[in-house]
Design a protein around this ligand. Structure first.
Ligand SMILES: C[S@@+](CC[C@H](N)C(=O)[O-])C[C@H]1O[C@@H](n2cnc3c(N)ncnc32)[C@H](O)[C@@H]1O
Length: 221
């Protein structure tokens, strides 16, 4: 009998250094300060924050440290990422960083319902490196689990009403689709706005970030 094996799942598009179980993301090192600065201005500074697709765990460490009055709960469906997150939590011993959860946003139940409502939901660099069902699942989860007035923070490349904002994003979109036809840069007006409307989320801010990325913030009605 032959055993069926799944092809390896691409979860990051960059090489990562490793120390023990702790992974180091070069892109997280570059973008964590600009993300923190936007977060401090536009997201709740206290309360319960749920991070989705936390990757190495480094954003969680950086943001939990900057926001001591939050409880920052992070995790990832990928086991190696969860091991890294657990190792970063153990290493840093931050009182307000917890996890890892294993939420896959395409699931109808995330397993954190008892802790809801959350004041903030965060997903950095996830929705373009996953099938569109993950974007839909993320918004559905935000609709279910955010408190009224709670906020959703997205970070990554986006197109605007069918037009890429930079040639580099257009090339990136093509390379994503070449890897996986279901991946791709999402369009704020055409892909995201209908989901936000369906799930009672209003877009409140768009902030231009380095390297042609955006931070996009939504508020739950
Ligand atoms: C490119 S990495 C980004 C990691 C980190 N947020 C960062 O910005 O460095 C994308 C992450 O999204 C996670 N992911 C992919 N599909 C997901 C899903 N359906 N639900 C939750 N997370 C998902 C992957 O496991 C991966 O860790």
């Amino acid at each position: 009998m032959t055993e069926k094996t799944e092809p390896p799942r691409d979860i990051a598009l960059e090489p990562r250094e490793k120390s023990g179980e702790r992974l180091y993301s070069p892109s997280a090192a570059r973008n964590r300060d600009p993300i923190r600065d936007v977060f401090l201005k536009l997201m709740p500074r206290a309360g319960k924050i749920l991070e989705i697709g936390g990757g190495t765990g480094e954003h969680g460490v950086h943001l939990a440290r900057a926001l001591p009055d939050t409880t920052w709960h992070t995790g990832d469906p990928d086991p190696a990422s969860r091991a890294s997150i657990a190792a970063w939590i153990a290493e840093t011993k931050l009182h307000n960083l917890t996890g890892p959860h294993s939420i896959d946003v395409t699931a109808a139940v995330w397993g954190v319902e008892e802790a809801a409502p959350f004041d903030g939901l965060v997903s950095l660099n996830m929705i373009h490196i996953a099938p569109f069902a993950a974007t839909a699942g993320l918004f559905a989860g935000a609709g279910r689990l955010l408190a009224p007035g709670g906020r959703l923070f997205l970070y990554g490349p986006f197109s605007r009403d069918g037009v890429h904002t930079a040639a580099s994003n257009e090339a990136f979109d093509a390379s994503l689709k070449a890897r996986n036809a279901n991946w791709g840069v999402r369009d704020l007006e055409r892909d995201i706005a209908p989901l936000a409307q369906k799930d009672a989320l209003t877009r409140v801010d768009i902030v231009e970030m380095p390297a042609n990325n955006l931070s996009v913030i939504f508020r739950k009605s």
